[in-house]
Design a binder for this molecule. Structure first.
Ligand SMILES: [Zn+2]
Length: 254
């Protein structure tokens, strides 16, 4: 796929050309104007898709599925913790089913609950970086501010275990500043291809049916270890998936 910079250069060229046709040549035909408006619409659609859909890989490369050849493996990921009540329940269930997961932790919560992060590591899970503050406005941050968010969280992780330098942007939002920050810090960006929607759905049944509908080797599932509904359906989910012959291996990220 073409890189963002190439597409931006092509659009800039087309934009200048169409403005020139409309403004300076005084072409009476309506088509240059239609072309200009269409160009602007396509450009904004491209940017919006790029910002909110990490899998489109518009601004940076990201891992959104991780198939292990010859295996049926699913990568379980839990975002936004550690949470003092929910995370221990999630860890208990994972331990009971001998399943491993990646926890994308918020830096300031790692600072508050380092004992939970230590437990994650002691039980064989990976802790990874999900920014320090998880701000709603992180999409507006300068490169330097994103760098600080990632660095502060790396420092919290390093207090507990050597970091694997894995980063998941809050809300899956990416843009040129986030791309520059992750590249400068040499972070590997991890997305997902299956959302549980456990932050919006209160119905365990709905969450369960959504994530078990089309499971395949390499799926990366997005859960949150801050949601009660997740802790209530996790055991059923692990049993169902294991009965289908899947494993929950995280070694390919190590
Ligand atoms: Zn998050």
């Amino acid at each position: 796929m073409w890189k963002y910079k190439t597409i931006r250069a092509v659009f800039t060229g087309l934009f200048v050309l169409s403005v020139f046709l409309v403004a300076y040549l005084h072409i009476t035909s309506v088509w240059p104007k239609v072309f200009l408006v269409s160009l602007i619409c396509v450009w904004f659609t491209y940017i919006i898709v790029g910002v909110f859909r990490m899998r489109a890989q518009v601004f940076l490369p990201s891992v959104c599925s991780l198939a292990i050849p010859g295996k049926k493996n699913i990568l379980l990921t839990f975002d936004d913790g550690p949470h003092p009540q929910i995370t221990p329940l999630i860890l208990d269930t994972l331990a009971a089913h001998k399943a491993k997961a990646v926890f994308f932790c918020i830096g300031k919560k790692l600072a508050l609950y380092p004992q939970l992060a230590a437990r994650m590591v002691a039980e064989g899970h990976i802790i990874a970086n999900h920014s320090y503050n998880h701000s709603n406005l992180i999409g507006m941050y300068s490169t330097q501010r994103v760098v600080e968010e990632i660095r502060q969280t790396e420092a919290e992780i390093e207090r507990i275990t050597p970091s694997l330098k894995l980063y998941r942007p809050p809300f899956g939002v990416t843009n040129p500043n986030i791309a520059k920050a992750t590249s400068a810090l040499n972070m590997k960006v991890i997305g997902w291809n299956t959302r549980s929607f456990d932050t919006v759905s209160r119905s365990g049944e709905k969450v369960l049916s959504r994530i078990t509908a089309n499971l395949k080797n390499g799926d990366i599932i997005l859960f949150h270890d801050t949601q009660e509904v997740t802790s209530t359906i996790l055991a059923d989910f692990l049993l169902f998936v294991r009965n289908k012959g899947f494993t929950f291996d995280i070694d390919s990220l190590k």
